[in-house]
Write a protein that binds this ligand. Structure first.
Ligand code: HEM
Length: 465
């Protein structure tokens, strides 16, 4: 090669590198020079954790929104974060899965299992979602209405004439429905053992992650191992039977699913976790709101009694069918309004996987982003007179993205149809056969982690006269 060609090559390479670096620098600095959202980061390390958790979280959020607007920065649980309360921003964050990934404390991942659906993105997540949706879509859950109904009737019968903690009783009901949808009716003899282990596991969910003998976390981790063992036994007994099962476990065990036994176990435990306390909290709030809004309760009773009468007059068989639940229009609006007012999941967590620009602000890579469902549901811009319990507001469509009790985007709740179905079935029997009175304090909310009436709503349940 001639010297002049070499020099020319060298010169153009240097020029390319210099220009490339200038371009990259400009691109990067453009984002880095964007301002962070307004807000305060509190004290070093602890940030504003204490302010958030020492009071009603809504007071914290409301005062921040008033001061800084719908998007503000803060620092909680050792992490810098951006909190958002506009419907558009929530939709942006929840639907841009390539920019924001789900994120949980490491201790929660260890307890539920690292392979559970919540913690994943991409192909593995899409495969799990397909399997879960296959079991929980209307076409599939239609067939289990009679089984859900008999669980509901038994549950209510066991509460009759007693002073009960509504939330605890509803947890038993939703746990049994979760087991039915996961294992069908077959694995009944494992139910007690599963229950015992799961109850020990859940006590550790909100404990400090200290894995020393005697601690709640340690006991929970032991129960987690035993749960995996029971699941392994169920899986191997099913393999011997060589039968085709239509429940969630059957779907997970399908050869085409490509899941290992460990992945199946993590996701079975994950689904129980997602299905139980959420639905039980909503049921507890419904019992409370119906008790406080007698006109609404009367409309629900009328609707449910009409369904019963109509079946009798048409000479139909006893027992609810999927089609009957589609006639429960008023009761369905009560569920929607309860999901809005109670907003049991006040917010969720995502993490920015790269620097993201949103409305002129920088959300830095690694920061947590919290869409604030409760604030969206309680904003007067989205719902008139937002603190009022008024199911009739759902007679007309809500504004886009203002009502997201089941989330939005690729991680939106795949169990929402089952949740609504089991609530409708239980309410049918509750309102046609029983009445109740609330005992003790009637006000106050506890968060643990789902919003719940004080003390889980103690009531006395008695048969309708
Ligand atoms: C009224 C009761 C329920 C409410 C309010 C609720 C709410 C939610 C919300 C808001 C999410 C999304 C969280 C996020 O984006 O970070 C979610 C996810 C999920 N829910 Fe539900 N849920 C309920 C009942 C159920 C039931 C009954 C099941 C199962 C049968 C279930 C299974 C799941 C699963 C597996 C996910 C994770 C989905 C994913 O990551 O792709 N949920 N739920």
């Amino acid at each position: 090669m001639e010297v002049s060609t070499m020099l020319c090559f060298l010169f153009s390479s240097i020029l390319f590198i210099v220009l490339f670096r200038i371009f990259i620098k400009q691109f990067v600095s453009k984002r880095q020079h964007l301002p962070l959202p307004p807000g305060s980061m509190g004290y070093p390390y602890i940030g504003e954790t204490f302010q958030l958790y020492s009071q009603d979280p809504n007071v914290f959020f409301a005062s921040k929104i008033k001061r800084y607007g719908s998007m503000f920065k803060s620092h909680i649980l050792g992490c810098p974060c951006v909190m958002i309360s506009s419907p558009e921003a929530a939709k942006f964050v929840l639907n841009k899965a390539q920019l924001f990934k789900p994120t949980f404390p490491a201790s929660k991942e260890r307890m539920l299992g690292k392979q559970a659906i919540f913690f994943h993105q991409g192909e593995y997540h899409a495969n799990l979602r397909r399997l879960v949706l296959r079991t929980f879509m209307p076409e599939a859950i239609k067939n289990i209405v009679p089984d859900i109904e008999s669980i509901a009737e038994d549950s209510l019968k066991s509460m009759e004439g007693r002073l009960i903690t509504t939330f605890l009783e509803m947890k038993t009901f939703t746990f049994n429905v979760a087991l039915l949808s996961i294992f069908g009716k077959d694995e009944i003899h494992y139910r007690e053992r599963l229950k015992q282990c799961y109850y020990t596991l859940e006590k550790g969910y909100n404990s400090m992650p200290i894995n020393l003998p005697g601690t709640l976390f340690h006991k929970a981790m032991k129960a987690r191992k035993e749960l995996a063992q029971i699941l392994a036994e169920i899986i191997s007994s099913r393999r011997e039977k060589k039968q085709d099962f239509k429940d969630l476990l059957g779907s997970f065990m399908d050869e085409k699913s490509g899941l290992s036994d460990e992945q199946i176990a993590d996701n079975v435990i994950g689904v129980i976790f997602a299905a139980r306390d959420t639905t039980a909290s909503v049921l507890t709030w419904i019992v409370k709101y119906l008790g406080e809004n007698i006109n609404v309760l009367e409309s629900v009773i009328e609707e449910q009694e009409y369904i019963l009468r109509n079946k009798e007059e048409n000479g139909e068989e006893k027992g609810l069918k999927w089609e009957d639940t589609k006639k429960m229009v008023i009761t369905s609006r009560v569920i929607q309004e309860t999901l809005r007012v109670a907003s049991i999941l006040s917010f969720t967590f995502r993490e920015a996987v790269e620097d993201v620009e949103y409305q002129g602000y920088l959300i830095p890579k690694g920061w947590k982003v919290l869409p604030l469902f409760r604030n969206i549901h309680h904003s007067p811009n989205n719902f008139k007179d937002p603190e009022k319990f008024d199911p009739s507001r759902f007679e007309t469509a809500t504004k886009p993205n203002t009502f997201m009790p089941f989330g939005s985007g690729v991680h939106a709740c795949p169990g929402n149809e089952l949740a609504k179905l089991e609530i409708l079935v239980l309410l049918h029997h509750l309102t046609t056969k029983y009445r109740w009175s609330v005992e003790g304090t009637k006000d106050g909310i506890q968060y643990g982690p789902f919003a719940l009436p004080q003390n889980g709503l103690p009531i006395t349940l008695y048969p309708k006269k």
